[in-house]
Design a protein around this ligand. Structure first.
Ligand code: FE
Ligand code: FE
Ligand code: ZN
Length: 291
């Protein structure tokens, strides 16, 4: 069965219940959310009653909650230890995010590995490993390292960099990867030959580490290192290539998450999910969303 959803919001009042309702309104059977604003570190208390109610509804609707994803805030940079206080704060904050995932019963948290900001890739990777080994002590939560576009000094745009991080993490049960189709393209992988990409992942890291895939089209050509997402079928990747990835049997049990841009301030996900299920590209999709 296709497990597909999108990024949804999470507000202090309705929490998981609000996120679930938004996902259901898109006819999704999974979703991804930040547990607070991604650009800051202010966090509200998780209400266990709301969590319980949401989980009961998911059971009813046959939604596999173990495949619902949290995304760590993107201001956190575990690769940069130029300032002790900032580095320590990042570690402490992510440790708290892991605790929030535990309170919510969430298994997977996606994390951007980080940017080395001039320290060099090797030192950046060492900083990430050191931080992850502190963060992942005594938890069942699995951190998924996202493959990046290679913007600026981003680490993790090549599989061998992700592999080095995983090699350094003590608890292999607590680490995995999240692919992002836009980022793969922008970092230089030819997504029209996706089985070759999967082979390469299998040979370097191991395909079993892949637990989530972000499905996005890209506004830019291969190797552009830009990271600008486009709606499904409207970018350089194209509908047929993305459909082949979504329905690739080697990724069958992996949740597919859309992070495509809003159209005229309206979420595109309901129509994009319908189009993916229909397997027919709709060139009028954007005008239908904005209508
Ligand atoms: Fe991300
Ligand atoms: Fe992504
Ligand atoms: Zn991105």
């Amino acid at each position: 069965m296709l497990t597909i959803g999108s990024h949804v919001s999470f507000n202090n009042k309705d929490q998981l219940l609000g996120s679930l309702e938004e996902a259901l309104s898109y006819d999704a059977n999974t979703f991804m959310f930040y547990t607070g604003a991604p650009q800051n570190t202010m966090r509200s208390k998780i209400d266990p009653n709301i969590t319980k109610q949401a989980i009961a509804i998911m059971k009813n609707k046959n939604i596999d909650y173990s495949k619902v994803i949290v995304h760590a805030p993107y201001i956190i940079n575990l690769a940069n230890n130029k300032e002790d206080s900032k580095y320590d704060f990042s570690i402490k904050f992510l440790k708290e995010e892991v605790k929030r995932c535990e309170e919510l019963g969430i298994k997977y948290m996606v994390l951007h590995p980080g940017s080395h900001v001039g320290l060099g890739i090797d030192e950046g990777i060492n900083n990430i490993i050191n931080a992850l080994n502190i963060i992942l002590k005594d938890t069942n939560v699995v951190i998924l390292l996202e493959t990046m576009a290679g913007k600026g000094s981003e680490i993790g745009s090549k599989f061998n960099e992700i592999k080095k991080i995983i090699d350094g993490v003590n608890s292999k049960n607590n680490i995995g990867i999240c692919l992002d189709t836009c980022h793969l393209n922008d970092s230089g992988y030819d997504i029209s030959a996706f089985d070759q990409i999967l082979d390469e992942i299998d040979q370097t890291i191991g395909l079993s580490y892949v637990k989530c895939i972000h499905i996005n089209d890209s506004k830019n050509p291969i190797s552009s290192h830009k990271d600008r997402h486009e709606n499904i079928g409207f970018g350089t990747l194209g509908f047929d290539n993305l459909l082949k990835i979504i329905y690739n049997p080697r990724l069958e049990n992996i949740p597919k998450i859309l992070e495509t841009p809003y159209v005229d301030d309206k979420p595109p996900y309901k129509l994009e999910i319908a189009m993916i299920r229909n397997k027919v590209f709709d060139p009028h999709l954007k005008s239908k969303i904005s209508a």
